[in-house]
Ligand binder design. Structure first.
Ligand code: MG
Length: 456
């Protein structure tokens, strides 16, 4: 029998008070507490969602009932909490966030003592405790304590500043427009930017858990206002965070939105120039651009399944110090091996400082690829079989089956077909040296998938 699941790609997620209820959150808190074992020190924090204070108290009740000591961080960016867990000898942490999801959602991420989200195997242990009622409640005199944890955001901003040349960046007096989506990004990044000598224009810079400014996913369609403001105030750079401020998408000085694997490519290039022969970890959904840069500057790409936990865990396994995703997640190991929007912003500013170039010029120097995305309807029960059939048909080609199927063609074009974890569709991502080829690949493979589904 397949085990019942609570955790998805990035922790437990659901709609507040329907899928995620206070009752189940307390029960989950007890299960997480039992997983860590009693008498452990656990940091608890949350993002700007309206349900954050409610769920953080629910999780806290569960954790102390299981005999753990809770340190309340309050509202903070996810990477600030992860950094604190890693550096302050906590035994683990729980972050209440639904990252980029709309405001009616929330979620729970469990963090290991190294600041990285627990592995999928560890998530299964928590689920087993939760569903099989194996949680252990402490005796009345062994119930844990609760105390405040202070200074987390200040320590986090200081730690980022130690990774970069603050005084050189400050000389440039950059003007940066930052859109923090009315969430926790506004608690750290504007301060960091001011410390880096930047003139800061804030958009959606007040905390409001209903996210009135824009949806927290930093997709181009949500960033029109940022582009407009960058152009109209003549800023050097625009940056938009997702809801918990671990991902950042940049806008160049012309207001053009740069997709995540391009800005990751810039960071990768600089990293390999300074540290040749290192491994770079990235999911199969990333552009071949990342591999071109590794080939040119002497790095080795380690491809993984899609998902930030997998990237962090793989970095740990292969001892890599840099990872990145096409959605704007950059894992800068010298700071911490997890996605970090403010750290990424500081690195981009440092690259602009060192090269004395505008973001559009830097992006213009990278190998060019054109992207096309699509989806094909596929009932969930047919997904596995469909991918198997597709693999059978492409045995001779240059393929990867790490996550779905990715096929690379001799002209450097590629297509990735992945079953969606949340919708009854398979997603298609194509890239090529010209837009026509990328579009053709998506339509060709959409048709191919439709034909294959009929045979299953
Ligand atoms: Mg996030």
């Amino acid at each position: 029998m397949t085990q019942r699941r609570l955790f998805g790609t990035n922790g437990v997620r659901g709609k507040v008070n329907t899928e995620l209820t206070p009752e189940m959150i307390v029960k989950l808190g007890v299960a997480i507490g039992s997983f860590f074992g009693d008498n452990k020190k656990i940091l608890v924090g949350y993002d700007a969602r309206t349900s954050g204070p409610m769920f953080s108290r629910g999780i806290t009740s569960g954790l102390i009932a299981a005999g753990n000591h809770v340190f309340l961080a309050g509202m903070a960016p996810t990477p600030a909490l992860q950094y604190s867990i890693k550096t302050h000898e906590f035994d683990g942490g729980v972050i209440i966030t639904a990252s980029h999801n709309p405001p009616e959602y929330n979620g729970v991420k469990v963090i290991w003592r190294d600041g990285i989200e627990i592995s999928h195997e560890q998530e299964k242990s928590i689920e087993k405790i939760f569903f099989e009622e194996k949680a252990t409640l402490a005796e009345w005199d062994k119930i844990g304590t609760i105390q405040e944890s202070v200074g987390i955001i200040e320590n986090y901003v200081d730690a980022i500043k130690k990774q970069i040349d603050v005084s050189e960046i400050a000389k440039k007096r950059f003007h940066v427009v930052i859109d923090t989506a009315n969430s926790v990004g506004c608690l750290a990044a504007p301060t960091l930017l001011r410390d880096l000598g930047c003139k800061v224009t804030s958009l959606n810079g007040n905390i409001d858990g209903t996210f009135p400014g824009r949806m927290p996913e930093p997709r181009p369609e949500n960033l029109a206002e940022l582009s407009l403001v960058v152009r109209s105030v003549g800023a050097d750079l625009g940056v938009a965070f997702d809801g918990d401020a671990d991902r950042s998408i940049f806008v160049d000085e012309n207001g053009e939105v740069c997709w995540g694997d391009k800005t990751f490519g810039l960071i990768e290039k600089r990293f390999l120039i300074k540290n040749p022969n290192e491994k770079i970890v990235t999911p199969v959904s990333s552009s071949a651009l990342v591999e071109d840069i590794a080939d040119e500057f002497g790095g080795e790409i380690v491809w993984t399944r899609v998902g930030s936990v997998t990237v962090s865990q793989t970095m740990k396994e292969v001892k890599a110090r840099l990872g990145g995703e096409e959605n704007g997640g950059v894992f800068y190991g010298p700071h911490q091996s997890v996605r970090d929007g403010a750290m990424t912003t500081a690195l981009i500013l440092e690259i602009m400082t060192e090269t004395n170039k505008k973001l559009s010029e830097l992006i213009g120097e990278l190998p060019k690829y054109f992207i096309e995305k699509g989806k094909a309807k596929c009932p969930p029960e047919k997904k596995e079989k469909l991918i198997e059939k597709l693999i059978e048909g492409v045995k001779e080609s240059n393929t990867s089956t790490i996550d779905g199927v990715k096929i690379w063609f001799p002209d450097k074009s590629a297509i990735l077909v992945r079953p969606s974890g949340t919708e009854p569709v398979c997603r298609l991502y194509a890239e090529a040296k010209d837009q026509k080829t990328a579009s053709k690949l998506v339509s060709e493979y959409s048709e191919k998938l439709e034909r294959l589904i009929e045979t299953i």
